[in-house]
Design a protein around this ligand. Sequence first.
Ligand code: PLP
Length: 432
Amino acid sequence: MQYYSLQNHQHRASFREAVIQGLAPDKGLYFPLEIPKLDKDFAERLEEYDPLYIARKVIQPFIGDEIPEHHLKQIIRDTLSFPFPLREIEENVYALELFHGPTLAFKDVGARFMAGCLGYFRRGNEKPVTVLVATSGDTGGAVAQGFHHVPGVEVVILYPSGKVSELQEKQLTTLGGNIHALEINGTFDDCQRMVKTAFLDAELQAQRPLTSANSINVARWLPQMFYYFMAYRKVKHWHKETVISVPSGNFGNICAGMMAAAMGLPVYHFIAATNVNDTVPRYLQNGRYEPHSAVPTLSNAMDVADPSNFVRILQLFAGNERALKASLSAYSFTDKETAAAMEAVFREHQYLMDPHGAVGYLGLKQYLRQHPGHTGIFLETAHPVKFTNVLPEGLRAGVDMPERIQQLFHLQKTAVRMDADYAQLKDWLMQA
Ligand SMILES: *Cc1c(COP(=O)(O)O)cnc(C)c1O
């Protein structure tokens, strides 16, 4: 498969080049030259197939022959090595739990898949490549876990000081080895800006080749399509029009879902649910894309004001605003509404949501109020234990902390503190 840059449609790259570079040299995101179409028969009979087979059918056209089949099978086996249960919460409302991986958030899938691809492409290479990544909370831990001990790969993670939970911080600052954490005095958007600047710095890249493991990297973005096939596989026999609500920050996950739909997965409608960082809901209302600065919320992994992947969604619809609106609704919710939803769902259904899942739930409920009669799924993107510190008082006792998570709190944090200043980052990268 060839990819082109969204900044310059003439610029082309192979899957391998897109994975290794992360971002095109002109700063554009990579986008597949063609959208592969699934056989109708395949979509109709999804529930008959094994998830590993489905995953390979779905991702293979995006890779072509750049990874041999037996190796791709292995990468998929390593990626999807935990369950994705679908739970009925109330009538016509289901949660697809994506948090049963090693770092208890859905980003494990993309991170592990990308680590597998990059490890394959860099095998036998003498000069290591550095994965440089900004995290608003969960990316860091998932990338750290996914790439820990992958030969030929160093990982540098930037995270906003004081804006990630204690558990998230432990997950990205305690592994050691090839994993390095930089604690930035600033916001996630600052971290993301510093990372993007580094990618464009030819002098730095000559000394130290960089790639990204944010959802801008196609190898992290595309495997997120698997969730939607997994969900559909389980709900298909309901014979209802199924809508999916995705708690969204950088819009990588929902964009993967919309790519799955473009390939032929019959999802009736998507709902992007955001916290008060509502650039996309405002855009769908008034047609103006106007990011404010990011505001900290309970659902911190979605505190993104200028979501990188939204341009990919626009590209999927080739500027056809009517078609976009027919496929996508977006709503935003305050922390107060989020906390109230967590309490109400726990009280009425004994189901404990994390703040991100709760935003997804709220988005789904709002859509269903306006469009009754659909079946809805919201993606529960993180285990509530990751956010115990922000759960409403009455819910904290209900959280079971897995053993391997308890152990993390005894480990020593190691991070380099730095201002939100590109010059400091560059110095550190040139010297380290
Ligand atoms: C990253 C993250 C999100 C947002 O996903 P995007 O792909 O950035 O929109 C939602 N929930 C959790 C728990 C996350 O870690």
